[in-house]
Design a protein around this ligand. Structure first.
Ligand code: SAM
Ligand code: FES
Length: 346
């Protein structure tokens, strides 16, 4: 198995068969070997720096009904909220003073934020904090919509492809949503000039090593600037309630593989990883990740953006999260830095 990791390190690519064998054949010893290589690649390009992004979850209204997601439209137990432009700007103000130079606006697919409203918010942020990057994560939209948001000042876009395989995708989503449409969105975002992030859930229901292998091939082909992965975690009020969560062990292994496949990619150690294990984010960094995304949303709405059960940090003020993460990173010899943190994978 080590030969496959060496081959990946050298060629930055494997075949579908090799990916599958490697993922299925992983062991604690192999993982340690992988993480050592992944860390040395990460240190070569990004040193011990950890980039922070301030996450603003600005709406939990969603027209979609993804089977895994706690804010799916069929979940009538969710108390729905939308943040006003002023509330979003106030999150940015707090974030800026805490040293954030990237704001991530994330939300459900909410028709309440049409292009003109979102463009207004984006340009107001750009006017107020011109040295900051804006990342959007608001799902599937048309080419023209993505273009308008980019023209208004959005720099980056996060849209996980979730799973490349169309049949697997169909088991996780209602019939209207198609894997190919989501992938088309990613190609459009790239064409428009966004710094693009994709990704997938690890351990989603029905996922096999073969699916993960296809995810790796797709990501290699897309060659994104960022890849966000985290464990699937069930939500009690979804059809996947009671399904087992993705494991820490497999998520860390996939992070290490991603670092070797695209050495300069930005890789977050996600909140979901911190949710399934108290040291999940630290372990993610030690497996090759280099980004953390503390929450900047007002504490009054945090618990309502529950994509999965037991999400961490829902009661903490932005400053607490920021300081907590700084301490956590220092405890493993890494340092949170106050820069835009653009990807070197260009
Ligand atoms: N609406 C936007 C979109 O579709 O990209 C952004 C919000 S969406 C809730 C953000 C991500 O949350 C999804 O891409 C998905 O991978 C992740 N997610 C949703 N439900 C989850 C769950 N139960 N466990 C882990 N991650 C989940
Ligand atoms: Fe939010 Fe630790 S990161 S409290």
């Amino acid at each position: 198995m080590r030969e496959l990791i060496d081959k990946l390190q050298e060629n930055k690519a494997l075949s579908k068969y090799e990916w599958t064998v490697l993922i299925e054949g992983r062991s604690p010893e192999l993982a340690e070997y992988l993480f050592q290589q992944a860390r040395s690649v990460r240190h070569k390009y990004y040193g011990h720096d950890v980039y922070v992004r301030g996450l603003i979850e600005f709406t939990n209204y969603c027209r979609n009904d993804c089977l895994y997601c706690g804010i799916r439209k069929s979940n009538l137990k969710v108390s729905r909220y939308r943040l006003s432009k002023e509330e979003i700007l106030s999150c940015c103000e707090t974030g800026y003073s805490l040293g954030f130079r990237t704001f991530v606006l994330q939300g459900g697919e909410d028709a309440g934020y049409d292009d003109s409203r979102l463009c207004g918010i984006i340009s107001a942020i750009k006017t107020g904090w011109p040295d900051c990057a804006i990342t959007l994560s608001v799902g599937e939209r048309s080419y023209d919509s993505y273009k308008a948001l980019h023209d208004a000042g959005a720099d980056r876009y996060l849209l996980r492809h979730e799973t490349y395989d169309a049949e697997h995708y169909a088991k996780l989503h209602p019939p209207l949503l198609k894997a190919a449409d989501r992938q088309d969105c990613l190609w459009n975002l790239k064409k428009i000039g966004y710094q693009v992030g994709t990704g997938f859930m690890v351990g989603s229901p029905y996922q096999t090593a073969g699916h993960l292998a296809e995810d790796m091939l797709f990501i290699k082909d897309l060659d994104p600037q960022m890849v966000g992965i985290g464990p699937f975690i069930s939500h009690r009020d979804t059809p996947f309630a009671g399904q087992s969560s993705g494991t820490l062990e497999l998520t860390l292994f996939m992070l290490g593989l991603l670092r070797l496949m695209i050495p300069k990619v930005l890789l977050p150690a996600t909140t979901a990883l911190g949710t399934i294990h108290p040291k999940g984010r630290e372990l993610g960094i030690q497996a090759g990740a280099n980004v953390v995304m503390p929450n900047l949303s007002p504490t009054t709405v945090r618990k309502d953006y529950a994509l999965y059960d037991n999400k961490i940090c829902t009661g903490d003020e932005a400053a607490e999260c920021r300081n907590c993460l700084e301490r956590r990173m220092e405890s493993i010899g890494y340092h949170v830095v106050t820069t835009r943190g653009d990807s070197l994978n260009i």
